[in-house]
Design a protein around this ligand. Structure first.
Ligand code: PXP
Length: 256
């Protein structure tokens, strides 16, 4: 099982201030040091988090491999073809969505035509290809017919399922889809909405070979890193020239 870490939301925090920190390029180095098997980034049309500079620097610096998520639209496929990441995952994209809401609608002739054209261009550039799809058998059949190397099963419905019965139903759907994808010769990946609490049953499915996880890991990083970050700032503030160091929790007496 390969674990790919999606670092989009490091860039989301940066964009909240339109500054230069936190830098997703540095985050990718740390994710790799932590054992990530690859780095996932989504260059959205509206550049709301990852931007062109990030993609170019990551293409130069990532040592494992980049899974480049992109819409099947010519300008962004041009960038993928030029940078030739290890893998490209075609995803549906809507400007108004907060995050990718579902898999590619491969039942649509127009969507299939756009995906096919993008797949051929990516293949010609030597990029391994993957399609982000809902865990439905028809979508898998279409993916195989289109000649993708892999599919990424959308785990959002599983992640959002409330109650044991619904979650078991969604897990069974993922299991059936991963078996079917494997039988069609597709590599099977999964991702979206996976967390420290819900990942294990998905990771236990035998034919899933790659997971893409972002939001939950970045969220946890904020919390597990906050204590140290505050301590470091406190050291700096307390070490300013002429400052008296007070013990932790010290409260100034009234009139101080
Ligand atoms: N896979 C795909 C195709 C995605 O679009 C995303 C979100 O950008 C992820 C995986 C990661 O999802 P999450 O951030 O919920 O872990």
């Amino acid at each position: 099982m390969r674990l790919y870490i999606n670092i989009d939301h490091v860039a989301t925090v940066r964009q909240a201030r339109r500054t230069d920190e936190p830098d997703p390029v540095r985050a990718a180095v740390l994710a790799e040091l932590g054992g990530a098997d690859g780095i996932t980034i989504h260059l959205r049309e509206d550049r709301r988090h990852i931007n062109d500079r990030d993609v170019r620097l990551l293409a130069e610096t990532v040592r494992t491999g980049i899974n480049f998520e992109l819409a099947a639209s010519a300008p962004v496929v041009d960038i993928a073809v030029e940078l030739a990441p290890m893998q490209a995952t075609l995803v549906p994209e809507k400007r108004e969505e907060v995050t990718t809401e579902g898999g590619l609608n491969l039942a649509s002739d127009a969507v299939r035509a756009g995906v096919a054209a993008s797949l051929r261009r990516l293949e010609a550039a030597g990029v391994r290809t993957s399609l982000f799809i809902d865990p439905d058998l028809d979508a898998l059949d279409h993916s195989a017919a289109l000649g993708a190397n892999a599919v990424e099963l959308h785990t959002g419905e599983y992640a959002n399922a409330r109650g044991d019965a619904d979650r078991a139903t969604e897990l069974a759907r993922l299991a059936r889809a991963s078996d079917h994808g494997h039988s069609l010769g597709l590599a099977v990946h999964a991702g979206h909405g996976l967390t420290y609490e819900n990942v294990v049953p998905v990771a236990a499915l035998p034919h899933i070979e790659e997971l893409n996880i972002g939001h939950s890991v970045v969220s946890r990083a904020v919390l597990v890193g906050l204590e140290r970050a505050v301590r470091e700032m406190k050291e700096i503030v307390g070490g300013a020239p002429g400052r008296v160091r007070h013990p932790a929790g010290w409260v100034p007496p009234i009139g101080f």
